[in-house]
Ligand binder design. Structure first.
Ligand code: C5P
Length: 249
């Protein structure tokens, strides 16, 4: 399948993972990456610093992707989504395995709360299967169909519940793009430029490969944040994506 790649704003395709401990470290990264637009606040940073860290990133004119992977009863998740909307996040995650009702209630809550608060509705992302789980682990929790089939099933459920975006590993991008069409937004971690070390990421892909397969956004952490020059590393990824787009047009 040929994927038409939009070149709108390449920099908005790269999400920088703020896997750091505190606000002081966040400030250092923000200062090093004036060109980066979207920053991911995950469990560690949010648990350490709370909503103040969202405010910090937003006050620096950047967008926040709140990656807390909500998974609870529909009412509780809807409440958490409302709170996240009030904090002004642009993207947030929830587990698709929380079920269709949980996801549709989350969408409804996001829509209502953004209208009420006069804020742009965030993009709700359904996490399919964590890339840390292998088929053996999936069997242990009762998912016996294998990771690809399970990811597809959960992504379809998310789509039926009204979600417009999912998180999956680079290996599943093509399958989801083919099965669910061009409108679904696909976000993937596990991205490693050829010049970066794989570290603990196993099933990796380069930014160019992920883009060609059909990723809309890619989460990149250490290859950029821990580079000798984060700004230069970011610029290299942007250049790689720009070249890829030119080559496909
Ligand atoms: O440093 P690195 O590029 O590996 O960071 C990737 C980010 O994406 C981390 O914040 C990690 O928690 C997150 N992530 C992942 N695999 C998933 C889901 C999220 O690596 N399946």
């Amino acid at each position: 399948m040929t994927t038409k790649i939009a070149s709108k704003d390449i920099k908005e395709k790269i999400i920088i993972a703020l896997d750091v401990k505190n606000q002081a470290e966040v400030l250092k990264i923000l200062a090093c990456l004036p060109e980066a637009r979207i920053f991911k606040v995950g469990l560690e940073l949010f648990t350490a610093e709370g909503p103040a860290v969202i405010e910090l990133v937003r006050n620096h004119g950047r967008l926040v992707f709140l990656d807390l992977k909500f998974h609870d009863i529909p009412n509780t998740v809807a409440g958490a989504v409302r709170a996240a909307v009030r904090h002004g996040v642009s993207m947030l995650t929830l587990h698709t395995s929380g079920g269709k009702e949980m996801m549709s209630r989350a969408m409804e809550a996001a829509r209502e709360e953004s209208e009420k608060s006069n804020l742009k509705m965030p993009l709700l992302l359904g996490v399919t299967i964590l890339t840390s789980l292998k088929d053996k682990d999936l069997n242990e929790i009762g998912y016996s169909s294998g990771s690809q089939a399970q990811v597809l099933r959960l992504a379809q459920l998310a789509w039926q519940a009204g979600l417009k975006a999912v998180v999956c590993s680079p290996q599943e991008i093509e399958l989801l793009r083919t099965e669910l069409g061009p409108e679904l937004k696909i976000i993937t971690p596990g991205i490693r430029p050829v010049w970066a070390e794989a570290q603990d990421q196993k099933r990796i892909m380069t930014p160019a490969e992920a883009l060609i397969k059909g990723a809309d956004y890619m989460v990149i952490g250490r290859p950029i944040t821990q580079a000798v020059s984060p700004a230069e590393a970011f610029a290299r990824v942007v250049e790689e994506l720009e070249t890829t787009i030119k080559d496909t047009q």
